[in-house]
Design a protein around this ligand. Structure first.
Ligand SMILES: Cc1ncc(COP(=O)(O)O)c(C=O)c1O
Length: 487
């Protein structure tokens, strides 16, 4: 049975259910599997025709022992999680362009056909269903707090709505997410969902993450308040996201074993870490392009070997306005030889000195199989406009960051172009979540094209909103009081 250990190395190993219900490990580290299961090419070949839920079942079975969740129950949890998806293929792959210079065919893998129109729905439905299932069996409840840059909150709120064992507090930085994203949390009218708009967060979601991490680190508080979190610190999220890489790979490869590249719009590195996991398991992914906007902590560490926190600069792709990509610690744990002590030292340097400078050898290991790119708002707008005008295909700002980074990297010869290998860009949100950006890109002040609208987002405009407000300086006290009231 796979056990889960902390990246900081000092917490005792736990089983899957404990790792999921706890969120953070008790030593402040993140849970990772003690060994990453391997998928032989022959097995991948057998999986080539599977639909998404069937593939998810095969992959997740490798991480979840059937004494923890019996196979029939696991299958039911997975199937239930994808019921609210609106596209028959769940995650269609659309060929976008054949780049003449590099020979790559660039695909958009549309990950936004879930109930709240972002890729967060893919793992969040499964996570909430699993958490509720495990809690019911234990006859217990959880208070879930989570910080959002705009998409995790709606996905979590939708997935937790009406669950009998869960109360959920999505926290968002006031004025730093789109109104459409905000309404997805505030119009649910569910007694177990308690959205909080938080004022004065100059570093956006990162400021909220700090408060959440502090609450978990305060001795006794987690137990007293039944706390857990479902940000991508939660192992179940990144594990479930690894499936879409294997699925995308199997869809676009001619022959299983051929290399494919992926380009990922990145903030907290959760989705990129899921890709790392897929590759470690055996998906023949040749190169990952890590696409940042101008908040480029990740681009900087891949290109220079310096992992450094800069000030946050608000951009049009606001969901990836993140300056502390906390899942990068998980990646460093594996790249650095699964040495918890070494990782804890780097984390302390990052906290106390604001940066970690990796030596040449470690930098070379970090870069192996990765490249990166930072995309400006100007290029994001141009990319949205170009694909709409020339192909009638509308990208959201995050998908546009990925496509722009892919084209730029391919043009500069940053990835191996042998025999025109497919390059899959993960398009992570529906454009209807960002109407102001789309208006700006298309110069469409007088109205948006149908492709920029979505029925559920339109309907939410007509519903009453309900949320609480609080200043960041008061947030911890406010949450403790509110959670105690609901316990
Ligand atoms: C639309 C969108 N794209 C990309 C990302 C980045 O994902 P991650 O934070 O896992 O890097 C996010 C999440 O923050 C998002 O909401």
């Amino acid at each position: 049975m796979i056990q889960y250990v902390s990246t900081k190395g000092t917490a005792p190993p736990v089983s899957f259910d404990q790792a999921v219900l706890e969120g953070f490990a008790p030593d402040g580290g993140l849970y990772v599997p003690k060994r990453i299961p391997k998928i032989p090419v022959s097995t991948l070949k057998n999986w080539k025709g599977l639909d998404y839920p069937a593939l998810a079942f095969e992959i997740l079975s490798l991480f979840i022992h059937d004494t923890v969740i019996p196979r029939d129950d696991l299958k039911r949890l997975i199937d239930k999680s994808f019921e609210p998806f609106e596209h028959p293929e769940l995650m269609p792959l659309v060929p976008l362009v054949s780049d003449e210079n590099s020979g790559h065919t660039i695909y958009s893998m549309e990950l936004f056909h879930g109930p709240t129109q972002s890729f967060k729905d893919i793992a969040m439905g499964f996570l909430m269903n699993t958490v509720d299932y495990l809690l019911e069996r234990r006859n217990s409840r959880l208070s879930i707090i989570l910080a959002t840059t705009g998409d995790t909150g709606p996905a979590a709120a939708f997935a937790a709505k009406g669950k009998s064992c869960i109360d959920c507090w999505p926290l968002y930085p006031e004025g730093m997410i789109s109104r459409e994203q905000e309404r997805q949390m505030t119009t649910l009218a569910a007694p177990n969902i308690h959205p909080v708009s938080v004022r004065n967060c100059p570093d956006g979601g990162d400021d909220l993450d700090l408060v959440v991490a502090k609450m978990f680190a305060t001795p006794g508080q987690k137990e007293a308040l039944n706390l857990s979190s479902v940000n991508s610190i939660n192992w179940c999220r990144v594990m479930a996201q690894s499936v879409h890489y294997v699925y995308g790979y199997l869809k676009v490869c001619d022959t299983v074993g051929d290399p494919v590249h992926f380009c990922v719009p990145s903030g907290a590195f959760g989705n990129m870490f899921a890709g790392f996991l897929a590759r470690e398991m055996g998906a023949p992914i040749s190169c990952f392009i890590c696409a940042n906007n101008t908040n480029q902590t990740l681009h900087q560490v891949f290109s220079t070997g310096v992992f450094k926190k800069e000030d946050l600069c608000p951009t049009l792709s606001s969901a990836i306005d993140i300056v502390v990509p906390y899942n990068f610690w998980r990646f460093l744990y594996f790249i650095g030889g699964e040495d918890g002590k070494k990782l804890a030292g780097w984390m302390t340097d990052f906290e106390t000195q604001g940066e970690v400078r990796f030596d040449r050898q470690m930098h070379a290991r970090i870069r192996q199989g990765y490249t990166s790119c930072s995309v400006s708002d100007k290029l994001t707008l141009e990319t949205i406009r170009h694909f709409w005008n020339h192909q009638g295909y509308l990208l959201d700002p995050h998908g546009a960051v990925a496509v722009a980074a892919a084209l730029e990297t391919a043009r500069e010869g940053g990835i191996d172009s042998g025999a025109g290998q497919p390059l899959v860009c993960l398009t992570t949100a529906h454009p209807a979540k960002f109407p102001d950006v789309i208006k700006k890109a298309l110069n469409a002040e007088n109205g948006l094209p149908r492709a920029a609208c979505h029925d559920t987002i339109e309907q939410a405009r007509r519903l009453d909103e309900s949320f609480q407000r609080c200043d960041i300086s008061e947030l911890e006290r406010f949450l403790i009081r509110d959670i105690e009231n609901h316990l």
